[in-house]
Structures are given as structure tokens and as C-alpha cells.
Write a protein of this length. Structure first.
Length: 148
């Protein structure tokens, strides 16, 4: 159920200010704001993304094209649980095994995200294997470290 681009843009118009406001607690337990700078244009791109904290890193996932502006080792600006932070990207991975493992962990924490990746969860919360594999092929995993 990948959302249409126009709908995503409309949602972003409301989510970004909400996540930066004192009301961020409504959504910020699993959604943060990431700002990346365009590789060619130098333009700043701002997106709300689902995230997962794991092993001292923030993992975020996307099946949209904004990740192409992420430079490995490059700086990113974040709004994490209402606080402005900076971090460095350590990896933008298309490695299916890493992405599949990360998505599985994301769905364990945030089961409601599974439909956005066209993955159904069984009654025990286990993702459908074929759908998870297909989602991993279409998804990029971005690791962010050194969050300060």
C-alpha cells in the first residue's frame, strides 16, 4: 500500500510541523524529521520518516527516492522526539538481507508500518516471508550514527 506521492506530500506538510512542535509526543516515538542536502542542487530536503533505535544507531527506511541525496558519512539534521540533533549517515544499504532484518525489527516495534511496505503480519506478528523479501528489494535502509 505505497501511498501516492501527492498524498505523501500533503501528509508531510502536517507531520513536519507537528514533529517540531510541543505536541510531537503524539507521533515522535517512532517518526522523526530528517533533513538532507541535495547532492547537486544544494537544496535542503525535509522528510518525516519512521525510525528504529538499535545498537546505538538510528535506522530509517524508505521506498521513495529522497535517499539518493544521502552521502555516506555525510551530515544529516534530525528532529528526534522534539529535539534538534545532528548525525552522520554510516550506510545507505540496499543489501536485501540487512534491509529484511531491519524491516522485521521495525515491524516488531511498529506493526502498523507493515502495510506501507505491502507486508501482512500473521496473527503472531510474523511478517509474510515472500512479502518481506519483496519489500526488502524495494526499500533502502539508512543508518545514522553519532547523534548529538
Amino acid at each position: 500500500m505505497k501511498l501516492p506521492t501527492a498524498l505523501v506530500r500533503i501528509l508531510n506538510i502536517f507531520l513536519v510541523p507537528l514533529l517540531r512542535s510541543p505536541l510531537h509526543g503524539l507521533m515522535s516515538a517512532n517518526i522523526m524529521v530528517i533533513t538532507v542536502v541535495g547532492r547537486r542542487s544544494g537544496r535542503r530536503y525535509v522528510f518525516p520518516v519512521s525510525y528504529l533505535e538499535r545498537d546505538g544507531e538510528l535506522l530509517c527506511f524508505t521506498n521513495n527516492n529522497w535517499w539518493r541525496n544521502v552521502v555516506e558519512g555525510g551530515p544529516v539534521e534530525l528532529v528526534l522526539r522534539g529535539n534538534a540533533r545532528t548525525g552522520r549517515t554510516s550506510l545507505a544499504s540496499r543489501d536485501e538481507e540487512s534491509v529484511r532484518e531491519g524491516l522485521r525489527a521495525l515491524f516488531d516495534k511498529i506493526p502498523s508500518d507493515a502495510p506501507y511496505y505491502d507486508v501482512r503480519l500473521g496473527s503472531d506478528g510474523t511478517p509474510d516471508r515472500a512479502q518481506l523479501a519483496a519489500a526488502a528489494q524495494a526499500t533502502v535502509l539508512i543508518r545514522i550514527t553519532a547523534v548529538a
